[in-house]
Design a protein around this ligand. Structure first.
Ligand SMILES: N[C@@H](CCC[C@H](N)C(=O)O)C(=O)O
Length: 285
């Protein structure tokens, strides 16, 4: 019996797809951490587990962070998983619905293979109770947080998963690695939070550095792109069509009049593999 996996990346944000219809595995937190480990495992920014066929004939997926936690949504993950559905012949149509813990999303393939994919990621909320952020019920827009003796201007929101967008004069990997984990685990955020350091370049372009909840520093993030663009839009700093520049490349965001956030970006297949028997024996069933 072979235990297969597939690997994809989206702008350097890499995921392993494990298909339960081909490979049965107990994805305990310990097993997830081992599979995603960059030295002791295959190595990735997370696992996409699916597809599971729902009663209404749509597919669902589970999004797992490399620390073993489950994420409600992942923009890049949704695009990579959509590409897997095409590659594995689960879908033949160009538009379909995918279900995640953070809500259903509409996927549109912009070419035959799914090299470029547009996703209606749904709407955002800045309401503290829904992100969640502690304290009085309010919209968490342009608040001040004191972190490492620095006064940070932050805007928080949920697009299914939670985000804290920090205004930065010059976003850098160093800042993300220094402040990201402190903000991710700050007591204000009971479910922890994804963090973006944002610089507005002009009304159509922004630049971000990312610290992901449960994953750490990543080269790109789809939901972070939606979050940073939505925060900048809410603050009146950008128009509704925004290009998000990240170390791994660019994602285009389009905020429609009805509030839906559309994300367009690439997917690259990397490999199809088989877990070695010795490795598989370490995976606890
Ligand atoms: N890389 C993702 C985000 C993955 C989930 C995140 N770590 C969380 O815990 O919410 C993306 O492209 O959106």
């Amino acid at each position: 019996m072979e235990f297969q996996f597939y690997k994809y990346h989206a702008l350097g944000n890499d995921y392993i797809v494990i298909d339960p219809n081909k490979t049965k595995v107990n994805l305990s937190a310990e097993n997830i951490r081992l599979i995603c480990h960059r030295n002791f495992g295959v190595g990735s920014d997370g696992i996409l587990y699916g597809p599971v066929l729902e009663e209404d004939h749509t597919f669902s997926l589970k999004i797992l962070n490399p620390d073993g936690s489950e994420a409600e949504k992942s923009g890049n993950g949704i695009r990579m998983f959509s590409r897997y559905l095409v590659d594995a012949n689960y879908v033949t149509q160009k538009e379909f619905t995918l279900k995640t813990l953070g809500g259903a999303v509409q996927v549109e393939l912009l070419d035959d293979k799914g090299d470029q994919i547009r996703v209606d990621m749904g709407t955002v909320t800045f309401a503290s109770g829904q992100i969640p952020v502690t304290g009085a019920p309010r919209e968490v827009v342009n608040e001040t947080m004191l972190i490492h003796n620095r006064r940070l201007a932050v805007t928080c929101l949920s697009i299914g998963n939670p985000h804290c967008v920090v205004m930065a004069d010059e976003p850098s990997r160093e800042t993300a690695v220094e402040l990201g984990p402190v903000i991710e685990t700050h007591p204000q955020f009971p479910n922890r939070i994804n963090v973006q350091f944002l610089k507005v370049i002009d009304r159509k372009n922004i630049r971000i550095e990312i610290w992901e909840r449960g994953a750490g520093y990543t080269l790109a993030s789809g939901s972070s792109s939606c979050a940073a663009a939505s925060a900048a839009y809410k603050l009146g700093l950008v128009d509704n069509e925004i290009t998000v520049h990240m170390p791994g490349g660019i994602i285009k965001i389009d905020i429609r009049q009805d509030g839906h956030v559309f994300m367009t970006g690439p997917v690259t297949p990397v490999s199809k593999g088989v877990f070695a028997d010795d490795f598989w024996n370490q995976i606890r069933s």
